[in-house]
Ligand binder design. Structure first.
Ligand code: AMP
Ligand code: GLY
Length: 424
């Protein structure tokens, strides 16, 4: 099987790392990849946001299975294009991807199918949004979400009315998120611990993967603005068997059945962002692809060939069953550039990766915003690296990850010191 992985972040590094060398996999290619991926498999300079270019590459390279990492190509219909050509691709159609790409669609869908989620109102105009806030129906804090894709920055948890109104003005008047903020969801703020739960789905059947917990805020103790994710650990000690059964019954089953019934069967990674509230698990968000940094800690735990799972899901021949996993704790720490999640500086030289490779046999480094320049690796984005440690216990895994982190340096490097602490 020849596999093409589309994307160039640490998630795609983890996917490529996992797929390369599995039984029956003759070659893995990654487009566009990054220097870390290029050290393992062949990479090709294709724009992942251009579905036509991805298709042309898959045809030219006689690819058997294309695996899409990020949401952008899915939102642009890459799965629809491949299906029209009869090529096998793992990832949802544009219509199915709306579970992630339109919060208004996702919320209304959850209500239609009885999936537990925060009470909300969809606001099509700034007037609606101000009126919803004026009614005080959700109290404070209140949560405001841009309808469309906003690179992880479209959600504001507002402690008071002034902050909430400023968020409405930013999204709907000043258009800070462009088209993505043309509509807003305003919803009640849920309280609890957040857990990410993933299934591989073929439209009908699903195989659950191991759960994980992300750390979305930039600073320790969940302070500061939201980011794409500053670190993750897996498995989540909170996801006990009874809770997992409940999530499968109350969330995964009605979503897959509902999407099928509405003529947009969901085929791909279904990422359920859950809040474990006093009233049970509630959905905060769906993503239509694997999480980043969650993939970096879940992929090493998989105890069966990923290629086979994705092949069956992409072909619609999956049988529902539990996934096969090891339970060894894994902790992934994201090293970000100065300024992240705002504007970042790039071009800083990264040192110490050779020391990690030599001295930290239980750590794995996944590259994201990295590029090669004059024989050195330099920073090229907000999230630069994910360093994953493992151990027999969570304290061991945390120590392993931070021991490796301590050997790496670039100017402006910032990271959280508390990744994994919630698992203790
Ligand atoms: P999202 O982009 O939808 O994942 O939202 C980003 C983050 O905002 C989530 O990971 C939560 O930490 C927080 N969040 C979103 N919705 C809610 C909610 N209804 N109640 C409390 N926190 C929320
Ligand atoms: N880590 C959150 C996400 O991938 O959306």
């Amino acid at each position: 099987m020849r596999i093409l992985v589309v994307g160039g972040g640490a998630r795609e590094h983890a996917l490529s790392w996992r797929l390369a060398g599995e039984p029956g996999v003759t070659e893995v290619l990654c487009a566009p990849g990054n220097p870390g991926i290029a050290g393992m498999v062949r990479t090709l300079p294709v724009d992942p946001g251009d579905p036509g270019a991805v298709l042309a590459l898959a045809e030219a390279e006689r690819i058997d299975l294309t695996v899409i990492g990020p949401e952008l190509p899915l939102s642009r219909g890459v799965a629809d294009l491949f299906a029209a050509r009869g090529l096998r691709l793992f990832g949802p159609t544009r219509a199915a991807a709306e579970l992630e790409t339109s919060k208004v669609f996702a919320k209304a869908f959850m209500v239609r199918h009885g999936v537990p989620t925060a009470r909300y109102r969809a606001c099509a105009t700034a007037g609606d949004a101000f009126a919803t806030l004026a009614s005080g129906e959700f109290g404070y804090p209140v949560v405001l979400k841009a309808d469309g894709l906003a690179a992880g920055k479209g959600v504001v948890v507002a402690p008071d009315r002034a902050t909430a109104e400023a968020a409405v003005t930013a999204a709907m008047v000043d258009q800070a998120y462009g088209e993505a903020g043309a509509a807003l969801v305003i919803e009640e703020c849920l309280v609890g611990e957040e857990v990410s739960y993933f299934v591989v789905a073929d439209g009908v059947a699903a195989v659950p993967l191991v759960s994980a917990q992300d750390h979305k805020r930039i600073f320790d103790d969940d302070q500061g603005p939201n980011t794409g994710g500053m670190g993750a650990f897996a498995p989540s000690p909170r996801m006990e068997a009874a809770l997992e059964a409940r999530v499968l019954r109350e969330v995964v089953a009605p979503v897959l059945e509902g999407m099928q019934a509405e003529g947009r069967p969901f085929r791909g990674f279904l990422y359920c962002g859950l809040m474990l509230t006093a009233d049970g698990p509630k959905v905060i968000e769906f993503n239509c692809r694997f999480g980043d940094p969650e993939a970096q800690v879940v992929m090493p735990l998989l105890d069966e060939p990923l290629s086979q799972l994705l092949w069956e899901a992409a072909g619609g021949t999956l049988a529902s069953r539990p996934g096969r996993f090891r339970r060894e704790p894994h902790v992934g720490v994201v090293l970000a550039a100065r300024g992240y999640p705002g504007d970042v500086e790039t071009g800083q030289v990264i040192t110490g990766l050779d020391a990690v490779a030599r001295e930290c046999p239980d750590a794995v480094v996944f590259h994201a915003g990295v590029t090669a320049r004059d024989g050195a690796l330099v920073t090229a984005g907000g999230r630069v690296l994910t360093i994953v440690g493992r151990g027999a216990t969570y304290p061991d895994a945390i120590a392993c990850a931070y021991d490796a982190v301590s050997r790496v340096h670039f100017d402006g490097m910032q990271y959280r010191r508390d990744i994994g602490r919630k698992a203790l």
